[in-house]
Design a protein around this ligand. Structure first.
Ligand code: PLP
Length: 304
């Protein structure tokens, strides 16, 4: 077994270094983005809300009419084993199901055997330390997110061409990331995150056209402790431009402040107090056994 400390993969029933893991060129997961995936994280040696991620992965597979020869318990165990073997204390753990390869000469997805694979790599942040401290400049993209009538965004998917072009557009404009819009210009989501705005005592996150983020759900729970009117509804771009506070949520970073929308200051142009409170509360949950599951590393490498 090679060095797994930079990341471990599980594929074809084997644990190998992530850099050595590969799939067939003929897998529709590669050829047609015909795949679903999920990403949970480990922080200080504990999985955060692992069952919420597994629930979403199972729902995604059902909606795509996929199934794999591993039970939920086995998939959960693979996730733990990947982290154990890599020794990573802060990790990003991705589980993937691809359509697989159709029978020779066939284009019938019913002939495919769906495939399961997974990997654990060091934790990935959407925004670096500086951006998390100062706040991000988020461009309202000209790109429309693939409409939910075409690809259901509640299924976590690799249809990212709109997102990636949005990122290029953002970088060209000197922004840090992009938020995509729906057909009539409401904000939906960005590459790897959901968005929230606060206008006075109202807090809004888009109701539809988005992945139902585990971080979004956690923040909605945390918001119940605030004296605010919280709703999921349409989020017109004008509302985000006029907001007192804007923040994004993701497994890859928690609750992150947005201090400029398309270059224009949000509120006073500084990270908002609600954003900071929610981010602190979110990370505090990572020490709470109700929200986390400890990994038993045994004699694994990189032990602290
Ligand atoms: N929206 C998209 C398109 C995503 O890919 C992600 C996560 O990677 C999110 C939203 C945020 O979801 P979560 O909080 O579950 O990470």
């Amino acid at each position: 077994m090679g060095d797994l400390s930079q990341g471990a993969a599980f594929i074809d029933d084997r644990y190998i270094p992530v850099a050595e893991a590969s799939i067939s060129l003929l897998d529709w997961g590669f050829l047609h983005s015909d795949a679903t995936y999920d990403v949970a994280h480990v922080w200080k040696g504990r999985f955060f809300r692992i069952d919420a991620y597994l629930d979403r992965f199972e729902r995604s597979m059902q909606r795509l009419r996929m199934s794999v020869p591993y039970s939920r318990e086995q998939i959960r165990e693979v996730m733990f084993e990947l982290v154990r073997r890599s020794g990573l204390r802060d990790a990003y753990v991705e589980i993937v199901c691809t359509r697989g390869i159709p029978a020779p000469g066939s284009r019938d997805p019913r002939t495919c055997s769906n495939r399961f694979m997974a990997f654990a790599i060091p934790f990935v942040w959407i925004a670096d330390d500086r951006l998390r401290a100062q706040g991000m400049n988020l461009l309202i993209s000209r790109h429309q997110r693939i409409p939910p009538e075409s690809v259901d965004p509640r299924i976590k998917n690799y249809h990212w061409l709109d997102m990636v072009m949005g990122l290029f557009e953002a970088y060209d404009a000197g922004a840090d990331s992009a938020v995509l819009v729906d057909a009539v210009g409401n904000l939906v989501e960005g590459p790897g995150f959901n968005i929230f705005v606060r206008c006075g005592d109202r807090v809004i996150t888009p109701a539809r056209g988005v992945l139902e983020g585990v971080t979004r759900a956690t923040v909605l729970e945390l918001l119940a402790a605030e004296k605010l009117q919280v709703s999921t509804e349409l989020l017109p771009a004008a509302m985000a431009r006029a907001a007192d506070e804007v923040f994004i949520t993701s497994t890859a970073g928690g609750v992150m402040p947005v201090t400029r929308i398309s270059g224009q200051a949000v509120g006073g142009g500084l990270p908002g107090a609600l954003t900071a409170r929610l981010n602190d509360a979110y990370w505090a949950l990572h020490d709470d056994p109700h929200y986390t599951t400890a990994i038993n590393y045994g004699g694994a490498p990189n032990e602290e």
